[in-house]
Design a protein around this ligand. Structure first.
Ligand SMILES: Nc1nc2c(ncn2[C@@H]2O[C@H](COP(=O)(O)OP(=O)(O)OP(=O)(O)O)[C@@H](O)[C@H]2O)c(=O)[nH]1
Length: 826
């Protein structure tokens, strides 16, 4: 209207009013804008062609009609608001609003409304110019949407000049690089480039300058916090209207995560391809979907052989068909399986592997895949088996060694008991094997051992065990051997096998063997003892001349065991002071003199009472205890003599000395040491009694010991005289002062004429050889009478006194008197 006014003003002087009006109408009608006038009450008073085009109403339809026809219901209030302004003389410029078209559609318009004044300046109406701003609004909307899109994008969208100055910087860029738009706009893009990539931008800008695009270029950029990020950038040149490149738009996407995943994938792929472990991936049905090269290498299969197959393909016959079902069960139950399994290669050979299977589940917990790791442990197994073999087998002969033997023997013993059968343990040692070694060398000896062990093995049944337990010693365990005779027959086969000639290094060698055998359960021993028993029997076989079999003597062994036990008990008794000497007086029946006492050993057993020496001395014979106790007895005798002498009792004491003790190399020395301990004791009052039988064993030696002891002053008597193989020569040489007639003859002297004759003979011998004679076993007065009549005055026996504790003896001596019948004898 201002323009119209101006135009009006300018043309007033040139054109007539009519012309002006025509002109005005023409210009109003030719305007694209809607030019409308209306009264202050809203009645349309003019409606140009532009208004017709804009709103769809013709001038006829609108003139005289209310302008409110154009108002959308929600904007009705606008009209009164505008009218208020106009009434106040104000103008409304470029007021953007919405109006209704005739077809009911809405149209955005920009209206400029001015008051129409009459010549007096009174406002009489309103002129309104409305312009269709649909395109502008659309553009605005598009721009806003565009801006919203740009800002909501996770990508960085950046505009820059050709020199790299940043012109726009969206929120995505802020998030990605950490710089705000304020910080970056006007700043250089170079700030985002790591030092080693600065030249990249130069190349990019050069490309852009040539109008070229850069698509999905993957590179690295620096964030504000210094962190490097992987980005993919696409850059397009921005052209001006003339097609000149004026800048660039750049879209950068953070691909750090993608890169990281890629790296992980690469790593995983590299592990998958390069690991030594075989990897098999199967689907939920167990169908193989992927395998790695190592698996193909381990199994010998090609990829095509296995993809689409199930692991049944690899099952070794060492596992039953249910094996895979069991693996599946474990996977179902726990989601994992681990174990050592045997599998089959393509060529059919078996290999041991450590198999680990894990199930991979999806988001809803359903198994999607199974991943199996297969570590080939065949070499490890082989090594283990080798080590195990070495631990259980003899390196030279490859026979079971002692350890395995013990194991097999225990098992065989268990079986023997279960099946009520007997087994035999054979201890075998080659005869004079050392000579082979010495003559032909150790190597040849080794070869002979191998050859002989093979022979023996062949001679045995497969169920039996032959083991080498060292050198030329072998132990065989034969099961179910039947009777001892059958067992010996089996052993004989082995013996025969050993003694066959063997050719070693071109030399024909022949050895024999000795075998000791024991049988179980006849020999109720443990495995170790059985072997020891067989060894003892072997010793007997060797002693008996070799190349033979000797059966272990069970009764003998039991006796030995019993002896060991008893020895222990006796030793204990000795140490505990349970041994004591009892004394039996020796008297002259005729004169009534008590001239001595025989010290007799007793075991004062806490439970059994007084145990006679006959029950325990034979057990200690040849044992160290024999000497220990023997010397102890002598010392006890001396100590008692000493005590009695001091108490005014002068008698002699005799102690029994075994031939073994007497023959000890240091016996004389020890005796003299003991005598020296009791200097007050006259050595003559100690008498050593030796058994005639034992004195016979080594007469020369015994004689020389007796003489040496006599040099010390000690006396001797021969005990049990008449029971040995006495000869006159013997008696003549034996320097004992006294002969003691054995009680077995004395006891029956009244009944048995032979015994009487022997006693008479002994007495006569004693007299002839100028020896004293004493009778033991005088149980009655009558026996004493006969002995006195025969000229034997000295005696001991129950008829005189029983052996008694030392403490009782002095009193007994004081009160004893010989029987009147004895005294009266001439
Ligand atoms: N060649 C060889 N000899 C061994 C080996 N181990 C031990 N020997 C020898 O085997 C011999 C075994 O000897 P003995 O069993 O004690 O005696 P022998 O000569 O066989 O005589 P008797 O057994 O008494 O009949 C010794 O000379 C050992 O040195 C071995 O591995 N190889």
């Amino acid at each position: 209207m201002v323009a119209t006014k101006g135009f009006h003003t300018q043309t007033r002087s040139l054109l007539s009013m009519e012309e002006i009006t025509d002109h005005l109408y023409t210009s109003v009608d030719s305007s694209d804008d809607a030019i409308i006038s209306k009264t202050l009450t809203g009645t349309v008073t003019s409606w140009n062609k532009g208004a017709e085009a804009l709103f769809g109403y013709t001038a006829d339809e609108m003139l005289g009609n209310s302008i409110l026809l154009l108002m959308p219901p929600e904007r009705l209030s606008e009209e009164s608001f505008i009218l208020d302004l106009i009434s106040a003389g104000e103008k409304v410029d470029h007021f953007d609003t919405i109006r209704l078209r005739k077809d009911g559609s809405r149209i955005p318009v920009s209206v400029t409304i001015s008051p129409i004044k009459d010549t007096r300046g009174k406002i009489v109406g309103v002129s309104k110019i409305a312009r269709d701003i649909s395109d502008r609004v659309k553009l605005q909307i598009t721009e806003r949407q565009f801006a919203a899109i740009i800002n909501s994008s996770d990508d960085a969208i950046v505009g820059k000049t050709l020199s790299g100055v940043i012109q726009s910087w969206n929120q995505g860029a802020e998030r990605m690089f950490g710089y705000s738009a304020e910080e970056m706009i006007g700043w250089t893009i170079y700030v985002l480039l790591p030092d080693d990539r600065k030249d990249e931008e130069t190349q990019i800008l050069a490309k852009l300058a040539r109008g070229e695009r850069i698509d999905h270029f993957e590179t690295v950029r620096v964030r504000k916090d210094g962190r490097l990020i992987d980005v993919s950038v696409s850059i397009s040149p921005i052209l001006d209207k003339t097609g000149r490149v004026v800048g660039a738009s750049k879209i950068a996407r953070d691909i750090s995560l993608k890169k990281q995943i890629e790296k992980q994938l690469q790593l995983t792929a590299s592990v998958f391809s390069n690991t030594n472990e075989g990897i098999v991936i199967a689907d939920a049905d167990g169908v193989i979907v992927e395998v790695n090269p190592s698996f193909l290498h381990i199994s010998g299969y090609d990829r095509a052989d296995v993809i689409g197959k199930t692991p049944e393909l690899f099952r070794s016959s060492r596992h039953d068909p249910e094996f895979i079902a069991r693996v599946r069960q474990a996977l179902n139950d726990t989601g994992t399986f681990q174990g050592e399994v045997w599998s089959r290669r393509k060529d059919g050979s078996a290999y041991a592997s450590l198999l680990t299977i894990n199930s991979i589940k999806n988001a809803i917990d359903r198994v999607e895949k199974y991943v199996a790791l297969i570590a080939d442990i065949t070499p490890l197994r082989a090594k283990q088996e080798e080590i195990e073999h070495l631990a259980h087998f003899d390196a030279l002969t490859d026979l079971p060694n002692r350890i395995l033997l013990a194991d097999r023997l225990s098992q065989a013993m268990g079986l023997a008991i279960r099946h009520a059968q007997s087994l035999a343990v054979l201890y075998l040692d080659l005869d004079h094997f050392k000579e082979i070694n010495d003559k032909y060398g150790h190597d040849t000896g080794d070869k002979l051992l191998i050859a002989v062990s093979n022979r023996m093995r062949e001679a045995m049944r497969s169920v039996d065990t032959l083991s080498r337990i060292g050198g030329d010693e072998f132990v065989a365990v034969l099961i179910n051997v039947g009777t001892p005779v059958e067992c010996v027959q089996l052993a004989e086969r082995i013996l025969l096998a050993c003694s066959q000639p063997v050719e070693v290094d071109g030399i024909v060698l022949q050895v024999s063997a000795s075998i000791g055998v024991t049988m179980y359960p006849q020999d109720q021993a443990d495995p170790e003892q059985l072997i020891r028993h067989a060894d003892r029997a072997l010793y007997e076989a060797k002693q008996a001349g070799r190349n033979r079999i000797h059966l272990f003597d069970l009764a003998l062994e039991q006796e030995m065991t019993q002896r060991t036990l008893q020895l222990g008990q006796i030793e204990h008794a000795f140490v505990a002071g349970e041994l004591a000497l009892y004394y039996q007086p020796k008297v002259n029946m005729r004169s009534g003199l008590v001239f001595g006492a025989e010290a007799l050993l007793r075991w004062l057993h806490p439970e059994r009472g007084v145990v006679a020496p006959g029950e325990f001395l034979p057990i200690i014979e040849h044992h160290a205890l024999e000497c220990k106790i023997g010397y102890w007895v002598i010392e006890q005798g001396l100590s008692q003599l000493n005590a009695w002498q001091q108490a005014g009792l002068t008698i002699s004491v005799s102690v029994n000395v075994s031939a073994n003790l007497l023959q000890m190399s240091d016996f004389v020395n020890r005796l003299s040491e003991l005598l020296a301990k009791y200097p007050a004791v006259q050595p003559q009052s100690l008498e050593l009694e030796i058994l005639e039988n034992s004195a016979l064993q080594d007469l020369n030696r015994i004689v020389s010991v007796i003489r040496a002891c006599q040099q010390l002053g000690v006396c001797f008597s021969v005990d049990d005289f008449g029971t040995g193989y006495s000869s006159l020569t013997y008696l003549r040489r034996l320097p004992a002062e006294t002969l003691k007639i054995d009680q077995s003859f004395v006891r029956d002297i009244l009944l048995d004429r032979d015994d009487l004759a022997i006693v008479q003979g002994v007495i006569a011998l004693a007299q002839a050889f100028h020896r004293k004679v004493i009778a033991e076993g005088v149980e009655t007065i009558e026996i004493g009478e006969v002995l006195l009549d025969l000229g034997c005055d000295l005696a001991q026996g129950y008829g005189i006194a029983r052996p008694m504790p030392a403490a009782l003896l002095p009193n007994w001596v004081r009160h004893w008197t010989p029987h009147p019948c004895w005294r009266g004898r001439q």
